[in-house]
Design a binder for this molecule. Sequence first.
Ligand code: ACM
Length: 538
Amino acid sequence: MILGSILFASLALGAPTASPISIVPRPTSIEFGTGAFQVDSKTSIVAAPKARGTAKYLQSVLRPATGFDFEIKTKGAGGIQLVLDPKLTTLGEEGYLLVSNPKGVLISASTQTGLFYGVQTLRQLLPTEIFRASNQTTKWAVPAVTIEDSPRFGWRGAHLDVGRYFMPKEFVLKYIDLLAVHKMNMFHWHLTEDQGWRIEIKKYPRLTEVGAWRKDSMLTYSPETYSGKPHGGFYTQEDVREIVAYAAERHITVMPEIEMPGHAQAAIAAYPELGNTGKQLEVYTKWGVSNDVFNTEPKTIQFLQDVLTEVMELFPSKFIHIGGDECPKSQWKTSKSAQAKIKELGLKDEHELQSWFISQMDKFLTSKGRRLMGWSEILEGGLAPGATLMVWLGDDGALAASGSGHDVVMAQNAHTYYDHYQTDKRDTEPWAIGGNLPLEKAYAYEPILPQMSAEQAKHVLGVQSQCWTEYMPDEKRVEYMVFPRACAMSEIGWTQRDLRDYPDFSKRMDTHLQRLTNLDVNYRGRGNSYPYPLKYIK
Ligand code: ACM
């Protein structure tokens, strides 16, 4: 309340609208002072040894555009001070206080994570050229402000499907950097699909030798057109370690997703014994959902648990996502072994068989101290006891799961699927999967449903954006679809509900888009957004 009134007091003075300060996501409170701190070649970063990690990061993001050294000292007055202050717990584990005046900048927080977010705000207080990769002759000034800030939700995520199109490691690192700029803290890495298995598993090398490569890719669904070109790629375990460590330095958790029992054709192409027909399949070349799903035999359960064992060694994430969405039941209906399993376990139908399948993974992950995450469909046939639901299909699932004490992450397709078009004027857009999710609609998403009780609302961990890449064959297209909508998502996850305001966001975005330009992001609305041959456009 106090923070809110500071903000409104300063609003009443008329400061923010005319001010050059445009921070995304919007902080809890900004109080404007007078003057500015001039950053120059003598400016140092002062940080106690415990805050050195954040100091090094700050140095690395300030150096390229300024060309200044930003020497890191452990003591001294002035400059940019990073202070870990255990007493600042009122701002929560991720909150920070930033005070700047003509003498210097002080960022304080009770954790390194809070300091890191203060650093992200400091970057946005500097001229937008600070986001450029090479020396600029800009005058670097930080306006005098007092900012108190902390996030609304603990889960502020972005998903990326690398199954439909493999995205190079360097791009994954760039994506993580962009999440960090927006104070997002969860990278949901969708690593396996019908159309490609993208993570090296040492025990089962054919998953990537065979499963990471397909001979063709669909370009448009109706009419059905194809590229005529092979596509593939995968991340070695060394790549994965590098990406996870890079994210951790940016206070981002990488949650892996290993799809089961559906979206499994690439794995079955590698190991036909995992399927229901025994047929040698190819890695799927078309979009949509393959009918070839994992069988329910003990060897397959063991195989998947072996995979998860290697995955858990690579990813410290508490949550491990096992997919669980869109699993056609046609093969289980006619499979002798699936039907025998249903009988043996006394199950009602194939939905309960899927629920049993997921519960095998739930028990396994729980026994290793992890938690299972799955898409909406894991509710069908009964939610496994330890499961957390990622809600993409309808509000009923969110209400049911949160009502029975399960945590949920809100990811409704109508508001958070950034594979949807960004306008209803499709003729000038690159081909997309469908839907229409303009920026304003994306911004309007509210993760706490009006029907939720206070108890249910506590089970909403947060919110995230989805990027399914069927029609995004390269990094530029991903950037085009994800930005600027991910900026809206960052504000949904971070900013307090009563401070979310689309006209205000739009105004700040004018400046923020300059930052994205300087970061070389091909966001929609940027001058040259279509570096594609015409056939990719329509
Ligand atoms: C999904 O979009 N199939 C989770």
